[in-house]
Design a protein around this ligand. Structure first.
Ligand SMILES: [Zn+2]
Length: 185
């Protein structure tokens, strides 16, 4: 397994809260809500300095900044599930502190670009979302998007991002298939 990190990263502060290396190739995306309208720097610095055992591979800030907190080669402590985080790229996205935990347009657009880049570099051809938890946790029908609430009694990623998982997959897949068409010419 050869791992890289996203060239879209604008800030890096690697935390010690992780398990090295990850045990599985990357084939899953897990999007979380930060419950704070932080920048990528604020989130990465938090993971680097807190005593809480938490982290994510990437953090997307309210301003569209993208932070790296755990290298892709390593497993983050993000989704309350080792099996998931061994195969997933976890991404914290700056959000409001209250329901529906909305994110800014800048953060949303940066998230789409980041997820498309992660898929391209890790040879994930297509993102598949399902509104059924059983499909997600069992990776049925190629389902490769999970959410924190699948593994723990949490509202994460919040209704705003939860309701947009299908749309995120659609937008990312458009970018992925456009890339493919270019290569075939
Ligand atoms: Zn979460």
């Amino acid at each position: 397994m050869k791992f890289t990190n996203s060239p879209l990263v604008t800030y890096t502060n690697i935390t010690s809260h992780k398990t090295c290396p990850r045990e599985k190739p990357i084939d899953t995306i897990t999007i979380h809500c930060m419950v704070s309208q932080w920048t990528a720097k604020q989130c990465c610095d938090y993971f680097a300095n807190t005593r809480r055992e938490c982290s994510s591979n990437y953090a997307v800030g309210r301003d569209g900044s993208i932070g790296l907190s755990v290298d892709e080669k390593d497993r983050s402590w993000c989704s309350s599930n080792a099996e998931n985080d061994n195969r997933a790229i976890t991404i914290e996205v700056a959000s409001d502190k209250e329901a529906p935990y909305a994110v800014t347009d800048a953060a949303y657009d940066a998230l789409i670009s980041l997820v498309a880049d992660v898929c391209k570099r890790n040879n994930v051809k297509k993102l598949v979302w399902s509104s059924e938890k059983e499909d997600r946790v069992n990776h049925r029908n190629g389902c490769n998007m999970t959410v924190h609430r699948d593994f723990s009694n949490k509202f994460c990623p919040g209704e705003y991002l939860y309701e947009r998982q299908g749309e995120i997959a659609e937008r990312v897949n458009k970018i992925l298939s456009a890339g493919e068409a270019c290569e075939k010419r």
